[in-house]
Structure formats: structure tokens, C-alpha cells
Ligand binder design. Structure first.
Ligand SMILES: [Fe+2]
Ligand SMILES: [Fe+2]
Ligand SMILES: [Fe+2]
Length: 483
């Protein structure tokens, strides 16, 4: 018997394709093809757990964007939420291909697995959150994907193989970033203080039989720590210590952009200011995604894509300032918009405000095309590139609003009127913030303009240096200042 199977093995490995072409399209050797594989049921079970894990991770990333102060983490969470939500879709589609309904994609696959994610979601400090996500949850996802790829038959289960392979590509990127985040943000002492909790997380995964359920469940009951009190989303945006004077509405960027008497070059500063100020959009959109739970997954996918685009725009502004040799921490990148929307308006109103703004950016003379023309006129390639992509993305966003918000309200005109009205409700606070001592609405323009002039190697223009229009009477709306 032994002899025979050895013989058939060597026959298998000796098998060749026509004129030496790799058999099986090169996906795997004949040896692997004949010996490896999961049952459909086993494959589906693992895919469903990965689907669940990515779904939970998406929610965790989104939920923590608003109140996590560190700007870089807001940006990273935006990207990582986008990755997760994209792959959730792919896993769900694959599961639906393999079995008749019901597919049970909404049913938690394991209560211990949910405990694990509840704990990470509820992490009470930035250090615990970063460790929970990047030192435990993401590595567990990566391990499960690697295990799946090594166990499944690449030909029989090719669609699943492909889904996992592409997911792994991005999850490894998340893991790599996450390792650096842990190194930079968590010191040894902090890690030691959280060690018991990290062990608890491991125990929860062991109780679930691993993230993918391929190990025997430990059977142990693990008590909750951070999630004893159910997680509550914090809608108040927070920023790290580099962000100062967050209520400052002292320099009206739009009024300058639309002033025909001001030449294009100094307007670059306002374009970068407007881009980087877009940090407030992920802070706000996160609140919609957290609150609106009953929408289809496609909605979450579209909205998360937009959220990530807005984070990209903020980083484009950051790039712009660095290119000008301007220290952006000297510029008050206010959070009044996300703060006002998140604390005073309903999710529907917030979405409508966003839609109203984005729709108003579409007309040729008052919007994104105009900003791009300014950037092109400066002859600065970087500024032009930034505005080019900002414009392209905002077209996608206006479409997302038309697809999801307009049908909810009725017509486009009604949606815009609804958004306009909601926005007006949060605009009366300019003087109040000053009177409460939250800001002096300091005019930061002259010093930043001077700094940029040094970079451009030109003398500041005294007339432009004297620019002092604030947001007291005009909201950050292109429509009004454009006239
Ligand atoms: Fe935006
Ligand atoms: Fe933008
Ligand atoms: Fe947008």
C-alpha cells in the first residue's frame, strides 16, 4: 500500500503540461491540487468569521475617528476603515455564491469573538486602543488570511483564494503601519500596565477557537474589562496639542479666493488651508456612520470611501504646507464645523449640510473647477495636482449624496434647502465663542503669508498682507462670497 501511494505520488509530481506548460494555469502544483483543500462548509465558516471581523473592525475604526486627538491616527483609522469595508463586501459576495440562503451573514459567528471586538472598541485610552487594534486584532486577521491561503485549494476555491489574497495585501499594510504606531505611541511602561488586558484579549480569541475558528475553543469564560460599560460614541471632536485655537474663524479663505483683485499665488495658502481643514469632514461623517445602522452595506461602503477621501484631502493640505515651508501648527485649523454639526444636528441634517456644501461646489464659476483654475494659474504643479484630485473626488461625493440622501428627503432642491436651513442653525456662534474667551479670532494670515513669501523669494505685497476678512458675517460657503 505504502509502495503504491509513493508510486502514485511520484507519478503526480512527474505530471507535465503540453510542451512543459505549467499545469493548472500555474495556480498550484498537481501535488498540491490533489492533496489540499477545505470542504465548502469549512471554507464558508472561515470566510464568515473573516467577514464578521472586518465588519467589526470597520465600526471600531470609524467610531474612534472623531474623539481620538492624534491627527495621524484619525487619518490612519479613515484608511483602515475604508480597507475593511471594501473587503467586507467581497467576503459577503463570496459566501452568497457558495450556499443557498439564508447565509447568516448578520448572525455573530461566535460570542467570544464578539467579546474580543467589544473590548477593543471600548478601550479607554489611546494606548489600549492602538494595542488592541494593531497588536492583537489586525495580526489575528492577517494570521487567519494566511492560514486560509495555505489551506484552501487554489483551483477549487479560487474565488475565495482571490478575495483573501487581495485582503491580505492591504491587511499587511495595515499591520505594518500599526506596528510603527505601537512603537511610536506606546512605551514599555504603558504596555506593561495593559498586559493583563492583552492576555484577556488572547484568552477571548482562544475561547472562540481563534479568529477563524480553526482551533478547538478553550471553553473558558472570559470576563469583560473595558466593555463592562457598553461603548458610547463620543461625538465631540478632539485634536492633539499641535492644534491650537480651534474656534478661530478669523481668516475667511473663501472671500480671498473669490477676490478678483488678489493674484493667484497667495491664494495657494488658502487652498492648502481649506484642504487641511477637511480633517473636520471625517470627524463629522464618522458620526453619521455610527448613528445610521439600518442602512444597506453599500451605503456604509460609499460613505466610508468618502470619509477616506476627505482624510486624503486633509493630508494633501498638509503636503502643500510642507512644500511651502509653512509650519501648519501655527495655523488655527478650526473644528467648529464638525463640533457644531455633531453636537447640534441630527444625522440626516448633518448629511444634508454636507450634501449642500458639496453640491454647491459643482457649478463652474463657484466651485472646485474654479479652485483648480487658481492652482493652475500659480504655475505650481503640486497645487494644481492637489486641486485636480480634490475636484475629481468631490464629484464622486456629490453623486453619493444624490444617490443616498436625495431619495430620503425627496428632491435635490428639497435636500439642499434642508441642508441649508440646518447649516444656518449652527452659524450664529462667532461672537459667542469670542465672548466666552474660547478664541480671539486672531488674524493668522500676515505671518503665514510672510513665511510663504520667503519660500517664493518675493517681497510680501502690503495690500495682500493687510487681508483681514473674517467669518463673522460670511459662512464658509463659496456660493455667498462668489456672488
Ligand atoms: Fe471635502
Ligand atoms: Fe476636498
Ligand atoms: Fe467631499
Amino acid at each position: 500500500m505504502e509502495q503504491k501511494s509513493n508510486g502514485s505520488r511520484s507519478k503526480i509530481s512527474a505530471y507535465r503540461g503540453y510542451r512543459g506548460l505549467p499545469p493548472l494555469v500555474g495556480l498550484q502544483t498537481m501535488q498540491e491540487a490533489t492533496s489540499k483543500g477545505l470542504t465548502v462548509a469549512a471554507s464558508v465558516a472561515r470566510l464568515k468569521r473573516l467577514h464578521w471581523a472586518l465588519q467589526r473592525l470597520h465600526t471600531i475604526f470609524v467610531s474612534r475617528i472623531t474623539a481620538i486627538p492624534t491627527y495621524e491616527l484619525k487619518m490612519a483609522f479613515s484608511l483602515h476603515a475604508h480597507y475593511c469595508v471594501e473587503h467586507v463586501q467581497a467576503f459577503a459576495s463570496r459566501v452568497r455564491e457558495m450556499r443557498q440562503p439564508p447565509h447568516g451573514l448578520e448572525v455573530p459567528p461566535d460570542s467570544s469573538l464578539d467579546l474580543f471586538f467589544d473590548e477593543v472598541l471600548s478601550a479607554t485610552t489611546m494606548e489600549a486602543l492602538v494595542l488592541g487594534l494593531y497588536d492583537r486584532a489586525i495580526p489575528a486577521v492577517v494570521r487567519a488570511l494566511e492560514q486560509f491561503l495555505s489551506d484552501t485549494n487554489r483551483l477549487f476555491d479560487h474565488p475565495s483564494y482571490r478575495v483573501c489574497r487581495f485582503t491580505l495585501l492591504e491587511m499587511r499594510e495595515v499591520q505594518e503601519y500599526g506596528e510603527k504606531a505601537v512603537q511610536c505611541l506606546v512605551n514599555e511602561e504603558q504596555r506593561a500596565a495593559l498586559n493583563d488586558w492583552l492576555v484577556r484579549l488572547d484568552d477571548m480569541l482562544a475561547a472562540a477557537g481563534g479568529l477563524d475558528g480553526t482551533k478547538a475553543p478553550s471553553g473558558r469564560f472570559i470576563e469583560r474589562q473595558f466593555s463592562k460599560t457598553p461603548y458610547q460614541y463620543d461625538p465631540v471632536p478632539r485634536r492633539d496639542e499641535r492644534f491650537k485655537d480651534s474656534y478661530n474663524m478669523g481668516v475667511n479663505a473663501e472671500a480671498m479666493l473669490f477676490d478678483p483683485d488678489i493674484p493667484p499665488l497667495p491664494k495657494t495658502i488658502m487652498l492648502y488651508f481649506k484642504r487641511m481643514r477637511e480633517i473636520d469632514v471625517p470627524e463629522m461623517m464618522a458620526s453619521i456612520l455610527v448613528e445610521v445602522q439600518d442602512k444597506p452595506w453599500k451605503y456604509k461602503r460609499d460613505m466610508t470611501r468618502q470619509l477616506w477621501d476627505e482624510a486624503r484631502h486633509a493630508m494633501m493640505g498638509e503636503i502643500g504646507f510642507v512644500s511651502l515651508g509653512v509650519d501648519w501648527t501655527k495655523i488655527p485649523l478650526n473644528f467648529t464645523w464638525s463640533l457644531g454639526l455633531n453636537t447640534q444636528l441630527s444625522a440626516k441634517e448633518r448629511h444634508a449640510v454636507l450634501f449642500t456644501i458639496e453640491q454647491s461646489l459643482m457649478p463652474k464659476r463657484t466651485g472646485k473647477e474654479y479652485e483648480w483654475e487658481i492652482a493652475v494659474a500659480t504655475a505650481d504643479q503640486l497645487a494644481a495636482r492637489i486641486q485636480d484630485y480634490d475636484w475629481a473626488d468631490e464629484i464622486v461625493h456629490a453623486k453619493i449624496g444624490r444617490e443616498w440622501l436625495v431619495p430620503e428627503i425627496g428632491s435635490q432642491v428639497e435636500a439642499m434647502a434642508f441642508g441649508d436651513k440646518a447649516w444656518s442653525r449652527i452659524l450664529g456662534d462667532w461672537a459667542k465663542w469670542r465672548d466666552q474667551g474660547l478664541t480671539q479670532h486672531r488674524n493668522w494670515w500676515p505671518e503665514v503669508y510672510r513665511k510663504a513669501c520667503e519660500h517664493w523669494e518675493i517681497e510680501p505685497d502690503l495690500r495682500i498682507l493687510a487681508y483681514n476678512k473674517t467669518y463673522e458675517a460670511t459662512r464658509a460657503d463659496l456660493k455667498q462670497v462668489a456672488g
